[in-house]
Design a protein around this ligand. Structure first.
Ligand SMILES: Cc1cc2nc3c(=O)[nH]c(=O)nc-3n(C[C@H](O)[C@H](O)[C@H](O)COP(=O)(O)OP(=O)(O)OC[C@H]3O[C@@H](n4cnc5c(N)ncnc54)[C@H](O)[C@@H]3O)c2cc1C
Length: 448
């Protein structure tokens, strides 16, 4: 008997799940994948900008986690794994640029020297004296990053060193992201009895290494998307699933009905919550508590000789009078784009603001030019531009997120599993990992 599976959502979570499912269930399994978008990949989207392929959603992956190098190797794509040139980002704060501090965990410094020059003298003194001040920690607790760091090291460390990094990862801020999600190694050190935050950060630092932190896919993420689609041999139904009945029966927004032995929901949290309200109310309630941020990317091609400094980009401290939260100088970060252009991207939108939804394309482009002029001190000639919005795309990992996810998974009936960026980490590697976990949870055996 042929086994039939439905996967709802065709971003990296759905595609990685489809690929794992094909390997687990064998050639005869029928895998139907639903996504209403004009192409598969979700936030993995490669466009042509200035005649060059450019990622306008996710652009990189952390190499600290094993999933992406392992997946690329498995797919025979390791040769396409790009490594950065090694130039570092800057931080824009108090009207000027500063080197990104070293010796931090997600911007939380292990010593005052790390952030000297970025924060004022009073803050430097406060960090230096932190170990001498009384400290208490309840093992297992999960404050926001801001609650702990502002209290121990001061507000400037939060806004100038931590926020720029957290807004890059989550489009969130230290005020919304839980310590355990943002800096698990620091939380673990505190649980083990670190005497103060300085000691916890020192214990939570990754081992010193010259290895690159990020990788990317040459030719853009589209290459990976195409390979996963081809290997998983899914039947793509270009429609949104609008209802789900136990057993399983799915209805899509064209009115068609589909039967499946098992279903993987690889959707953003709010959409997952909406679909499973009747069949898994506990899971729906948990998913419904995940809030999300929206973001807009302005991708630009500029003349190759535009005199940007030798840095990979600029992260903007919170509270600065710029619209962008980050500039990535993609050609500096990964090496020249060719075609007589340099590529760069500006990101807009943080949790709690509506910039990405509200601003017109023209406004975003105007802000992009103005912010570049403010940061670098010269007007940039734009040869080509593209605006891409990602609405409600970035789940916020608030305090207690791990418990929320455990509650969500515990509320799923047999034959229904979830993958997505709101579960085990927001980045592409974590999505690949969660997708594998979703297929393991189905306990699929190859139909013979
Ligand atoms: C601007 C930006 C930059 C980022 N940069 C990086 C980065 O550099 N590195 C990194 O590791 N991570 C990055 N991320 C995070 C990462 O890209 C995402 O978390 C990840 O791609 C999410 O994949 P997903 O498949 O879970 O969700 P999505 O890509 O959002 O896919 C969900 C899919 O579900 C579909 N869908 C929605 N409703 C329905 C329905 N009812 N029925 C069927 N289908 C439906 C949607 O059309 C969509 O295609 C970035 C995110 C953003 C927004």
């Amino acid at each position: 008997m042929t086994t039939s599976f439905c996967i709802v959502g065709g971003g990296i979570s759905g595609l990685a799940a489809a690929y794992r499912l094909r390997l687990a269930a064998g050639d005869d399994a029928r895998i139907t994948l639903f996504d209403p978008a004009d192409r598969l990949g979700g936030i993995l989207r490669t466009e042509e900008v200035g005649g060059q392929p450019m990622d306008v959603g996710a652009e990189a992956f952390v190499l600290r986690r094993p999933e992406m190098p392992a997946l690329l190797a498995e797919l025979g794509l390791s040769d396409l794994q790009r490594t950065p040139t090694g130039v570092r980002p800057l931080i824009y704060s108090a009207g000027t640029t500063h080197p990104l501090p070293t010796g931090t965990v997600m911007g939380i410094p292990a010593s005052a020297e790390s952030v000297a020059g970025l924060v004022d003298e009073e803050t430097v003194a406060r960090i230096s004296s932190e170990p001498a001040r009384p400290f208490s920690w309840k093992p297992g607790s999960d404050p926001t990053v801001a609650e702990l760091v502002a209290d121990r090291f001061g507000e400037q460390v939060v806004s100038r060193s931590v926020d720029p990094l957290l807004s890059g990862v989550y489009a969130g801020s230290a005020a919304t992201i839980g310590l355990r999600a943002a800096v698990p190694s620091v939380a673990a050190a505190l649980d083990r009895g670190a005497a103060n935050l300085t000691q916890a950060v020192r214990q939570g630092m990754p081992p010193a290494s010259n290895a690159p932190i990020f990788g990317a896919v040459a030719g853009g993420y589209q290459v990976l998307v195409d390979e996963l689609v081809s290997r998983s041999r899914v039947h793509w139904v270009r429609a949104a699933v609008s209802a789900l009945q136990p057993g399983w029966e799915l209805r899509d927004d064209t009115g068609s009905r589909w039967d499946a032995d098992a279903v993987v929901l690889a959707l953003p949290a709010a959409r997952m919550a909406h679909l499973v309200g009747d069949v898994a109310p506990g899971a729906a309630a948990a998913a419904g508590r995940v809030v999300s941020a929206s973001s807009a990317v302005v991708a630009l091609a500029v003349p190759a000789d535009t005199p940007f400094p030798q840095c990979s980009g600029v992260l903007v401290a919170s509270g600065e009078p710029l619209h962008a939260k980050a500039v990535t100088l993609s050609s500096r970060k990964w090496g020249g784009a060719g075609g007589g252009v340099q590529l760069l991207r500006l990101s807009f939108g943080r949790f709690g603001d509506d910039l990405a939804c509200r601003a017109s394309d023209d406004e975003l482009l105007t802000w992009a030019r103005a912010d570049l002029a403010e940061i670098f001190g010269f007007a940039v000639d734009v040869a080509d531009a593209r605006v891409q919005r990602w609405i409600d795309a970035m789940p916020q990992y608030g305090p207690g997120h791990a418990e929320l996810v455990a509650e969500l998974r515990a509320g799923l009936p047999p034959g229904l599993t979830v993958a997505g960026s709101y579960l085990d980490g927001i980045g592409v590697p974590a999505c690949v990992g969660a997708a594998g976990r979703a297929i393991e949870a189905l306990g699929v055996e190859v139909a013979r």
